[in-house]
Design a protein around this ligand. Sequence first.
Ligand SMILES: Cc1cc2nc3c(=O)[nH]c(=O)nc-3n(C[C@H](O)[C@H](O)[C@H](O)COP(=O)(O)O)c2cc1C
Length: 208
Amino acid sequence: MDLYEAINTRRTVREFEAGPIPDDVIGRLISAAFRAPTNDHMRDWHYIVITDRKVAAKLIDIIPSSVSDEDMDALIRDWDLSDPVQQECYRSAVPKQYRMLYDAAAIIVPLLRQKTDILHPDNLSHLNGFASIWCSIENLFLAAAAEGLGCSLRIPLGSEGEHARKVLGFPDEYLMPCLIGIGRPKAGLEPVRQKDIDLSERIHRDRF
Ligand SMILES: Cc1cc2nc3c(=O)[nH]c(=O)nc-3n(C[C@H](O)[C@H](O)[C@H](O)COP(=O)(O)O)c2cc1C
């Protein structure tokens, strides 16, 4: 698959077929992740690959396994989501947060070394490590698409990051930007409709 095909076919996948992913495939994905640009030339990243069901269950037991319709309505109201396409994206994604990781063949946890307080940066460059790991994560997503695999993605909320640190034993100076579920996309999945973007309104020549 060429790069543009991988870019154009990559979608967030939250429902998976059962079955493992071979270790050599996981190795290729993480190797692709380590080819991403890096702010400080160090690529001080680690990836924890979790295939042990017991560890996976412990890691995600903090994530709500269901969301009521009332909670969903409240979230849409509280987050002031007025766009109908965006609302449908959230209505599709939010109830799947637990299963999309539980049913994945593997959970992949990226880690970056964060030397300053990420929540109180003094300037943009203090976020460079965070920006770099997201380049790395996108490489992994594109490599997964090229392998015919799909990825889900969860940003840790509340104490989920600290919970992951305890379960997985990673050191204090490392930060988990997200949890990634990876597997073969469930057959017949209907992709969630995305907002149409008219590129002619987004590309600016010489000035905004
Ligand atoms: C920074 C970031 C945070 C995201 N957080 C979540 C999340 O917590 N849970 C989730 O299910 N998807 C999450 N997503 C995935 C988005 O919902 C998804 O990328 C978006 O709906 C576009 O769909 P696509 O990836 O299929 O193109 C996140 C994506 C990004 C880039």
